[in-house]
Design a protein around this ligand. Sequence first.
Ligand code: SF4
Length: 382
Amino acid sequence: MTKIVEDITYILKNKGNKKIVAQIAPAVRVSIGEYLGYEPGTNVIGQLIGSLKQLGFDYVFDTNLGADLTVMEEANELVHRLKTNTLLPMFTTCCPSWYMFAERLFPELIPYLSSVKSPQAILASVIKTYFAGKIQVQPTDIIHIVIAPCQMKKEEAKRPELWANPGVPNIDFVLTTTECVELFKANFIDFKNVTVADFDNPLGQSSGAGAIFGTTGGVMEATIRTAYNLLSGTDLINFELTDIRNTGLRREGTIELAGYKINIATVNSLAEIKPILEELKTTGKSRYQFVEVMNCPMGCVGGVGQWTKDPEILAKRREALFVYDKQHKYRAAHLNEAVKQIYSEFFGSIGSEKAVQIMHTHYEDRTQEEQEHFSCKIEDNK
Ligand code: SF4
């Protein structure tokens, strides 16, 4: 048994007064089933939550709601930069491999990165502030476990600048998809026959926009759905922006966004983003206004915390997320009732002082830290 599985098993059996909380990343629900007897691309979210509940988790929340909150702040940031024509292109920052790469190799471009935390970091921050207050416990009495498709999310969880309470980590453990399977097997969970369950509220209700964060192009598409509303006061008639979805290493084009003509690119590899960064660094200019960067093939559905990089299997996971998006009552973050409730009860408004304090972060020049890890990742994706 790996140490993390041993530790979590022990904690679940000896939790005392602690509340054990999980959050599940978008991609995990369409990948974990493969290792527990389902066809690739099967969405097993009900069994996944049911299995965690059977293990003794007190609350299971959805990182997709964190994605919705990321969208609210990031769409607002994009609109501000477009209106003022400053710091363009804006780069998304949901992928830690990417922003850690930028901190080490292109620190002079840090101002172009979105300052909004990733969905993982935002939801964890909300759990250890808003939710802790709601159930009247101290943040230190919550043991928070993230289930993610990504090894690098373990590194992200260690960054103090992402914590909502000084000195108190938001996240106590990050369990990859493969480690989560090991946790179930070690504890004899009969995944296929478990009683299915739903997310707990209020942090379990998300939009379809949050669901598509699990594949490349999803962050941009979700952000544009809400940025359009912020700019025009109306909603897109067709929420699906299939032209900007990306299965290759780079996809680019031009879109009309409520009066703004913007050049966009979605990039699936750190090697592929380098020429865009070199041009911006050298000339101070770029032909793009908005760029999404992910490290893994097809985004988080291809994360290295899972077993395969088979493109056919990744495509099935990806397609399952698009189907999941369609099944949601709300297709855009700003329409999600849970998002409205959290802003109304806690943050006040988009971009408020409290929203910035809890949902935004900063990046640092880390050129002195080792770069080999990131060089290896570039080679992997060629
Ligand atoms: Fe992690 Fe890969 Fe997703 Fe980046 S693209 S967040 S490295 S799984």
